[in-house]
Write a protein that binds this ligand. Structure first.
Ligand code: SF4
Length: 172
């Protein structure tokens, strides 16, 4: 698809870790609407839809894309910008291997600090946007520079109790 210079510049304003997903969303939006050249206006329209989570319902027979979120350790987030998680997601590697290109990452957030009080609330919120599965980031599971999360089980049960699947791990 053709992107104008202005459209590319508008896409650059999207945070880097969701940019590949945003590019895909814009292209899908344009394809659906029969638009051949992507201008700044299309980026804006697609972005509004994308951020509001109000994209059209799948047509009958069309599978609903899997909607994924990642929870990260708040302590580790002080020193880790999440590149490993994002890289694994973008390339559908390691614990994201199971997802096709249509899967959507709809939320990335930290637990809010020990004992992970924020997770239950944000998962509840994301359920309004069709959340299917939450990945606990690899930093919550591994002993390394930081000890593994002592509250993992409680966090996990708070997610499972809302009927949302949990996968342990992102890029390790
Ligand atoms: S609850 Fe676990 S994931 Fe959250 S800050 Fe504490 S150790 Fe990290």
């Amino acid at each position: 698809m053709n992107w104008t210079k202005e459209a590319e510049a508008a896409l650059e304003k999207v945070p880097f870790f969701v940019r590949p997903m945003a590019r895909k969303a814009v292209e899908e939006y344009c394809k659906k609407h029969g638009i051949g050249t992507i201008t700044e206006a299309e980026v804006k329209a697609a972005r509004e839809k994308f951020l509001a989570g109000v994209d059209e319902e799948p047509k009958p027979g069309e599978p609903k894309p899997t909607k994924v979120a990642i929870v990260r350790c708040d302590i580790v987030s002080e020193t880790c910008p999440g590149v490993g998680c994002m890289n694994a997601w973008n390339k559908r590697k390691v614990h994201f291997e199971q997802y096709g290109p249509e899967a959507e990452l709809i939320g990335v957030f930290t637990c809010g600090g020990c004992s992970g009080r924020r997770v239950y609330r944000l998962v509840k919120k994301l359920k309004d946007y069709g959340l299917d599965v939450v990945h606990l980031s690899s930093c919550m599971l591994m002993d390394g520079d930081y000890p593994k999360c002592p509250f993992k089980q409680i966090i996990k049960e708070g997610i499972l109790g809302q009927g949302v699947r949990v996968v342990e791990g992102t890029h390790h």
